[in-house]
Design a protein around this ligand. Structure first.
Ligand code: HEM
Length: 311
């Protein structure tokens, strides 16, 4: 192939060629380039499919893929304007998958991604407890719990970042449980499948929330939450053990009030009492993290006690 291209190029560049044969050469030259690129795409498609299995699963065959790509990038070749290529839905198309008797199937969308929820038909089909999610993108209702007609929308306007962060578990759930079918053209995806500014905004919130959760998880390993109990007889009690707040460890620690900067509320944590502090492992001190400036002792509780009664 490369050899043919080189011959053609050299041939084209010779001065004795008249304009006519040069034009012919040009056509062949570009046709070979285009054919090579197409052949390379065709050849590497299985690899792309392997890297992005869910995204490409919707395109069942090479021909589907080629057809969808041509239709997407050269729409003027398709007089049936408005018809979306494979893997793309608009609100009207998605509405035809609402699980009602005449529907084409049972799909729903979350944040612009369409899933086939046939597997969970008991929830989403007509008469099911969550039938109102079928055939549409009702992203907002997943975090507000407002299942009225007005609440079942993909519009997140006015929803706080903290609430938007709650979408992460639903996204994970649908990705894990159901098959991805394609993109819903509208609020979150353009007709070429590109992310809209709104989707990028929401993804930004989700990314920040995830980073903050990871940081919080790390902090919980250093300062695990205390056990806590309330009984009418004994009142409110907090205490430490070698497994509290879901963190199993080799030490027990003592309860302290922890209020690091940026955290809205203080919480009860168990603090290691021996060894060097977690943020300075080479220090020669041997009182663990007890000197951490963000900690306070509980009033009327022995500083070395593993249990404190709250007043
Ligand atoms: C924001 C509020 C809520 C939303 C958006 C929501 C959404 C959902 C969805 C989408 C499903 C189907 C999951 C699937 O595909 O398997 C589901 C199932 C279920 N939900 Fe909710 N739900 C909410 C609140 C609640 C509450 C408050 C309760 C109970 C008091 C509840 C009880 C259930 C139960 C029992 C199931 C069935 C689980 C199963 O059969 O595996 N949900 N929920």
């Amino acid at each position: 192939m490369e050899f043919t291209i080189r011959i053609l190029w050299r041939h084209r560049s010779t001065p004795q060629h008249n304009a006519m044969s040069r034009k012919l050469c040009d056509t062949w030259f570009y046709a070979i380039i285009v054919a090579s690129v197409a052949a390379a795409l065709y050849y590497y498609y299985p690899e792309i499919q392997e890297r992005f299995p869910k995204e490409t699963a919707i395109l069942e065959s090479y021909s589907d893929n080629l057809y969808a790509t041509i239709q997407r990038y050269l729409p003027f070749l398709f007089p049936a304007a408005g018809k979306l290529p494979a893997g793309f839905f608009d609100a009207a198309t998605l509405a035809r998958y609402d699980g009602k008797p005449s529907s084409k199937g049972l799909y729903l969308a979350l944040l612009g991604k369409v899933y086939n929820v046939e597997k969970g038909a008991q929830h989403y089909r007509q008469g099911g407890g969550y039938a109102f999610f079928a055939g549409k993108d009702a992203t907002r209702a997943y975090i507000t719990g407002d299942f009225t007609e007005k609440g079942l929308t993909d519009d997140l306007d006015g929803v706080s970042d903290d609430m938007v962060a709650g979408l992460a578990t639903w996204i994970e759930f649908y990705q894990k449980e159901y098959s991805y079918m394609g993109k819903l053209v509208g609020r979150y995806y353009t007709s070429t499948g590109a992310k809209t500014a709104e989707l990028r905004r929401v993804e930004g919130i989700l990314k920040t929330a995830l980073a903050s959760k990871l940081k919080d998880d790390e902090l919980k390993k250093v300062f695990p939450p205390c056990n806590s109990e309330f009984t009418p007889k004994e009142g409110h009690k907090v205490w430490c053990s070698d497994e509290s707040g879901g963190i199993k460890r080799k030490w027990t620690g003592v309860p302290r009030r922890h209020h690091p900067p940026g955290m809205s509320q203080e919480r009860c944590v168990c603090v290691r009492t021996t060894g060097a502090p977690h943020d300075n492992p080479s220090a020669s001190t041997n009182n663990g993290d007890l000197s951490n400036p963000n900690l306070k002792e509980y009033p009327d509780c022995e500083p070395t006690s593993v249990s404190c009664k709250l007043k």
